[in-house]
Design a protein around this ligand. Sequence first.
Ligand SMILES: C[S@@+](CC[C@H](N)C(=O)[O-])C[C@H]1O[C@@H](n2cnc3c(N)ncnc32)[C@H](O)[C@@H]1O
Length: 256
Amino acid sequence: METVPDLTVTSDTDPYGAVAGLYDWLHVGPGSTDLVSFFAELAPEGGTGLEIGPGTGRMTLAVAPRLSSLYCLERSAFMRTILLTKLASLPELREKVTVLDEAVPGFSLGRTFDYVYVSAVFEHVPPDARQALFAGLAEHLAPGGIVAMDMVEDEVIPRFAEREIRSVRQGDCRYTLSTAVTPVQPDLGQVRHVYRTYLNDELLTTHTVEREHHMHRPAAVFADLRAVGLEPVAGTALTKTGTPLDDKGTLVAKRV
Ligand SMILES: C[S@@+](CC[C@H](N)C(=O)[O-])C[C@H]1O[C@@H](n2cnc3c(N)ncnc32)[C@H](O)[C@@H]1O
């Protein structure tokens, strides 16, 4: 039997650990609204949903109102805390949204869902874990259900030295994210994120996260989906419209 890759994290290895509270400010880009609409509009009214890697709930809070129930599997305790804090102020979602401490692949909930989706997670998933992940998605998909994902793209990994990507103010503090990218292999980049906090103009703290960024190419993704009985049916990864700047290589699949 094949070993299922272990993608769990600890508080020491979680790339979102100390900076989860800055995610919405520094990692959500200008194209986010379109991507949120993509995932929300696919959610079947009154159906059931399963989200992999909800993070701080960017998609969760847009998708959940359309569904009768939504299960979220999130490996980061820090991201779960933020999602649960947001949910605490949304009583209308109290009965609908379930948040579980789970890393994929290797999960089994013993039930199926009408809508299974994965947003902005593939960068953390090595290609050799992808087929096991897709097998898990297929296992949890109800007859007639759909799977949606993004980050399926042909973009060449760029190389650039550290540069400031985003900056926000909260009171007298300013938070910045600077990023450097180094290609390691065609489908693997090494990313360095440097988070700085300033009070007025004085630098208070610097926190650096080094991690791998995995690319998932359309042809390989289509093959792995087909291997578990899922057929790509829509999305820019299939139609090749748009550019990686317009969206994040979206893809919709159904059981054949
Ligand atoms: C870039 S964030 C995206 C969050 C959210 N889906 C969004 O679109 O804003 C990636 C999230 O996926 C989670 N994640 C990464 N790999 C995971 C895995 N193997 N199992 C479960 N969650 C994972 C991370 O902890 C993080 O919260």
